[in-house]
Ligand binder design. Sequence first.
Ligand code: FES
Length: 322
Amino acid sequence: MLDKDAITVQVAKKVQRAPDVYSFELVPTSGASLPEYTPGAHIDVEIEAGIVRPYSLYGDPGDRTRYCIAVKRSAESRGGSSALHSHTAVGSILRVGAPRNLFQLNSEAKPRMFLAAGIGITPIFCMTNWLFQRGEDFCLHYSARSSREAAFYEEICSSGLRGHVTFHFSKDGSSQRIDLRALEQRMRSFAEIYVCGPAGYMKDVCETAHRAGYEPANVHCELFIGEDPRVEENSSFEVELAKTGKILVVPPEHSVAEILNQNGVSVGLSCGQGLCGSCLTGVLAGQIDHRDRYLTEEERSRHDCFTPCCSRALSSRLVIDL
Ligand code: FES
């Protein structure tokens, strides 16, 4: 669910960027300037009532007339990407939240190495364009199955960005699948690493960066797919509903939201993956095991709210504001 400050936008342009990727340019219906953002930011898009998905912004952060997103149709789409691909056209009206940035560029640490796989190019395309325009030193390794399946391939090749990019196409004879072992040595000459792509790819890059000697704080990751449920690591705990004093047990195989719903307590579920913040619930006591991709580090450090669709407890009981 988007908050009351959501912005109504209209689709001004829809362009196919790869066989399963469309980009959308969204302009405000009010004609007012859009809230500004920084490279790496995303917006929450309400595709239909109750369906909210986060998408990275790839356009020029200085352009306050439009937000540009690129959407890959997910094979497991539960109404998000498939609805955008199939039912959203030029002229469609959508609601979006103000930009949020969980993938910030550190302005101090230079030079930077970027690694993107598949649709993970979206925030990195924005970040590297921004750095290129400022004459900063960086390199980008972009992995895809082929040039045809690489969103923004033409734009990269026809711009100055091309001189900074190495493509890794696993299906093309012209180039090679990324060799992270070989890259490990090169990594050492960069101050920071930024990576975005599927979970397995990100895990491999992070392990390579760790072997190359990077501290976790210097490896920045962006994953817009819910983390694995990690059921095998879960333990049971209790939630106490502050308003009634009722105590519910959350077993390892169920989320807090599921147990609440089974007991007639509704929370505003949308993505169910810790991405959209719809289910955000106040916490009055207990230690939270945050597993979302929505709250910032600063918001987490307040220990006063969590996303019951995926987050759990580190203490034996959480007292929640319901
Ligand atoms: S439902 Fe989206 S964060 Fe919980």
